[in-house]
Each structure stands twice: as structure tokens, then as C-alpha cells.
Design a protein. Structure first.
Length: 295
């Protein structure tokens, strides 16, 4: 009887140790915003989904956030809300911020690794769309894609290998994923002017991979995509609307009034994982919910 009780206690201690060890660990697939550098958010920015960074995390007043994980420090201005946890390896400053989860300073969080894609070759043909024109492109290799204002670009399923991408204001990119994902591999810069809309149809997704340069989305623009920027930064101007997942080995900056919604792939935990979480839940206790921190 003693051996049985001793074995049971030993198992519980192992589970507890594992739960504590996993407390500041997250899977990259569950992250909406991922930056190897800093994440900086303007006023009244909304982020629905977990944000994780290797550098500092900062947000101006009136932001609406979910959960934050960083290897550095966190600073969030007043009148903001964080519905989940704030985990940082440095200091956390959240004066006048309502936090619904736990706050953990000087943690041992390790930023999950991003799979680095290999840079692809691109074509030699430049594509230009003049004002008020419509261009339809099949998947393939191109050099630069450049479109003036009030233009329409139609893309269909497959891979587009491109050197650079530019879309002027008040333009639309129709992304047809009926036959599979649309993948843009861009060896240079990707940027748009204001009020550019990416409109997705079909059951697939838009995937944008940028190598060695920056991504810029103009004010009032909209985009739903899995975006990976390797060797560059992500810049979002004011009042943009985004969904999907965004990853940058550099920094992520979002302008005032912009919104981001994390849209994950469906993943069902294994039964053993569910059992582990149920047992670990007996030992893990968070701070009281719905706290407002005032210094």
C-alpha cells in the first residue's frame, strides 16, 4: 500500500513539474503575431490572438489584446485591455490596464522557432497594370508586378515566384483558392498604397513569403493571409484590417486603429494530451481574473 501511494505521489510530482516547465511554452501554430524583434502597436489597435516576440512588446492607449509572450519587456498604455496572460522575461508595465489572465515577470519564456523557407528564383517578365485596368495572371515566374490606382488583379491557385510587388491605392486583388492555395514567393519588397483590398474566395488560403525585404500594407487596406517575412519587417499603416497569421524575423508595427484576427488551422489534441491537461489543471492556479493594474 505504501509503495502504491508513493508511486502515485511520484507520478503527480512529475506531472506538476512538467506543467510548470510548460507554463511559458507555446506552439508557433497557436501564435497570431510572431516577431523575432519587437512588436509595436498604435492607439486603439485590436489583436485577436496570441502575440509573441523576441524583443520588447509595446502598445499605446486603447488597445484590445488577447495574450502576450515576450523574451524582453512589456509596456502597455492606459485604457487598454488584455483578456489573457502577459508573460515576459523582463519587466511588465501595465498601469491602468485591465488584465483578465495572469501576469508573470522574469519568466523563462522561449520564443518558438520559425521554419525558415528557402528563397526561390523569379522570372524575367515585368507585369504592369495601368489605371482602371484588369489583369489576370496564372501561377508562374514573374519579375516585378506593379499596378496603378483603381486596378484589379486576379490570381488563381498555385505558386507565383516574383521579385517585387506594388499595388497603388483603391485597387483590388481577387484571390481564387478554389483549386488550392495561392502562394506568393517574393524575393524583394511587397507594398501597397491605401485602401487596397485582397478578396479571397474558395476553401484554400493566401500565403505570402517574403525574403530579405520588408512588407508594407497601406492605410485602410484589408488582407487575409499567412504572411512570413524572412530577413525583414512587417509594417501596417493606420486603420488596416487583417486576419490569418503574421510572422517576421524582424519587427512588427501596426498603426492606429488597425485590427488583426488570428484564424488558426483546426487542431484537435490527442486524448493523452487532454488527460495531461486535466491533471495539470489541479495544480496550476492563476491570479484572479479581470484585474486592473494601477501604479
Amino acid at each position: 500500500m505504501f509503495n502504491l501511494k508513493h508511486s502515485f505521489i511520484s507520478i503527480l510530482l512529475v506531472v506538476l513539474a512538467a506543467a510548470i516547465g510548460q507554463g511559458s511554452t507555446i506552439d508557433i501554430g497557436s501564435v497570431g503575431l510572431w516577431a523575432g524583434g519587437t512588436i509595436s502597436l498604435g492607439r486603439e489597435v485590436s489583436v485577436s490572438g496570441t502575440a509573441a516576440s523576441g524583443g520588447d512588446f509595446s502598445a499605446l492607449s486603447g488597445t484590445d489584446l488577447t495574450s502576450i509572450y515576450t523574451e524582453k519587456n512589456v509596456w502597455i498604455d492606459r485604457n487598454s485591455t488584455v483578456s489573457g496572460d502577459i508573460i515576459a522575461n523582463g519587466k511588465i508595465q501595465v498601469s491602468g490596464v485591465k488584465v483578465g489572465g495572469s501576469i508573470e515577470e522574469f519568466s523563462d519564456f522561449v520564443l518558438p522557432k520559425l521554419d525558415i523557407l528557402e528563397k526561390t528564383a523569379f522570372g524575367t517578365k515585368d507585369i504592369y497594370g495601368k489605371n482602371n485596368s484588369t489583369t489576370t495572371l496564372l501561377a508562374g515566374d514573374y519579375k516585378s508586378l506593379s499596378f496603378s490606382k483603381d486596378t484589379t488583379l486576379n490570381l488563381s491557385s498555385g505558386e507565383y515566384n516574383i521579385q517585387s510587388f506594388w499595388m497603388d491605392k483603391e485597387s483590388t486583388v481577387n484571390v481564387d483558392t478554389s483549386a488550392g492555395n495561392v502562394v506568393l514567393n517574393i524575393a524583394g519588397s511587397f507594398s501597397t498604397s491605401q485602401n487596397v483590398s485582397f478578396t479571397n474566395t474558395g476553401s484554400g488560403s493566401l500565403q505570402i513569403n517574403i525574403f530579405g525585404r520588408d512588407f508594407w500594407l497601406g492605410s485602410g487596406s484589408s488582407l487575409s493571409a499567412v504572411l512570413k517575412v524572412v530577413g525583414g519587417n512587417i509594417g501596417i499603416d493606420n486603420s488596416a484590417n487583417l486576419s490569418g497569421q503574421m510572422y517576421a524575423t524582424g519587427n512588427i508595427n501596426m498603426g492606429n486603429g488597425s485590427q488583426f484576427e488570428y484564424t488558426p488551422a483546426t487542431a484537435i489534441p490527442e486524448p493523452s494530451t487532454l488527460a495531461f491537461l486535466a491533471v495539470a489543471g489541479l495544480f496550476y492556479r492563476k491570479r484572479p481574473a479581470s484585474q486592473t493594474y494601477i501604479s
